[in-house]
Design a protein around this ligand. Structure first.
Ligand code: AVI
Length: 323
């Protein structure tokens, strides 16, 4: 189960109103993950075109020992904190190894979705009966703020799966700066970035042949229908993905296939769509090593070690707090 990567701020209705009133129109991809959206994302992760999950899993499976050495270099005991933990498949590889090393650590998954946390807790209790686990639901930064003083142990914060890619570069910097603010000197950050590669490979990952990514995007319209009483007809919109190599970003849109009016009961408002008008749905920013180093520096960190998969499709980058 994938969960939302963002923190709770505005309501869904506020954000839909803002996005559909804007020019150009947009909707936030953080709302993709209702039950059906989470199920579709699970399907995406298994698609032949969607290399990201497999590449990061490869890193966790082949570099486990070195990752453990890097995590325990300064502090032998630590809290392993995962932001937006999802189903924990990749983290399970690390946890299994850490437990075998009799490492002194606790696992603290944090998510804004109670459902995601309940699923993960059940799964890990079963898989790792000896794991000390303390799951939390709520706003990342508020929880991390309380942990800053509550726990004396070093924090190792995981932000995996290229979740950072769904932020623009400015939003990513802002997010990391906020994280820096709740971290202590010996804490570490471990971030998964999708890397630049053949643009065709990237584009296919966001425009798969089976149309699962299209369904994943369209599902947000269905969610707006259900939760806000809108009357979107999903057949009147089509998914369109682009990858722009200069900006290193994949973007997805829903295109209105005809001129139409959509009403949203909860907002007491109607929205006009011109024929072929786009709604911007999601950014998936891709990085290179230089961009990662710069982003770390700009947000108060130093990127100290990078773990790549064999094809260099993906990197998990270890960041230290810069003083
Ligand atoms: C969750 N996130 C990292 C995914 C990505 O690759 O940007 C979401 C996704 N969108 C379409 N396919 C997958």
């Amino acid at each position: 189960m994938q969960s939302s990567i963002a923190t709770k701020q505005n309501t869904f209705a506020d954000d839909v109103l803002r996005g559909l009133s804007a020019t150009p129109k947009f909707l936030s991809s953080k709302y993709f993950y209702d039950d059906e959206g989470s199920r579709l994302f699970q399907e995406i992760m298994k698609l032949p075109e969607y290399y990201l999950t497999r590449a990061e899993f490869e890193i966790f499976s082949t570099r486990t020992k070195e990752i453990f050495a890097a995590f325990t270099e300064k502090s032998k005991s630590f809290d392993l904190i995962e932001l937006g933990a999802g189903d924990g498949t990749k983290t399970a590889v690390l946890i299994d190894y850490f437990l075998k090393q009799t490492a002194d650590f606790s696992y603290l998954p944090i998510d804004i979705s109670q459902e995601a946390i309940d699923f993960l807790t059940g799964k890990f209790k079963n898989e790792f009966p000896h794991l000390s686990m303390n799951a939390k639901t709520g706003d990342y930064f508020r929880i991390l703020e309380t942990l800053k003083t509550e726990s004396k142990r070093a924090k190792i914060i995981l932000f995996l799966g290229s979740n950072i890619g769904n932020f623009s570069k400015a939003q990513a910097q802002d997010f990391f700066r906020q994280l820096r603010g709740v971290m202590n000197e010996n804490d570490l950050l471990f971030v998964g970035f999708d890397l630049q590669k053949d643009p065709r490979v990237i584009l296919q990952a966001y425009d798969d042949a089976q149309g699962v990514t299209a369904a994943f995007n369209l599902n947000l319209l269905t969610r707006i229908n259900r939760e806000l009483g809108a009357n979107f007809n999903t057949n009147d919109f089509s998914h369109y993905a682009v990858y722009r190599p200069v900006e290193c970003a994949a973007r997805s849109f829903l295109i209105s296939r005809r001129a139409q009016t959509v009403s949203v009961e909860a907002l007491n408002k109607s929205f006009e769509f011109a024929a072929w008008e786009p709604i911007f749905m999601e950014i998936s920013q891709k990085y290179n090593q230089e961009m990662i180093g710069d982003l770390a520096l700009a947000s108060g960190f130093l990127a100290t070690q990078n773990f790549f998969d064999e094809r260099k499709f993906f990197v998990d980058s270890l960041w230290k707090v810069s003083l």
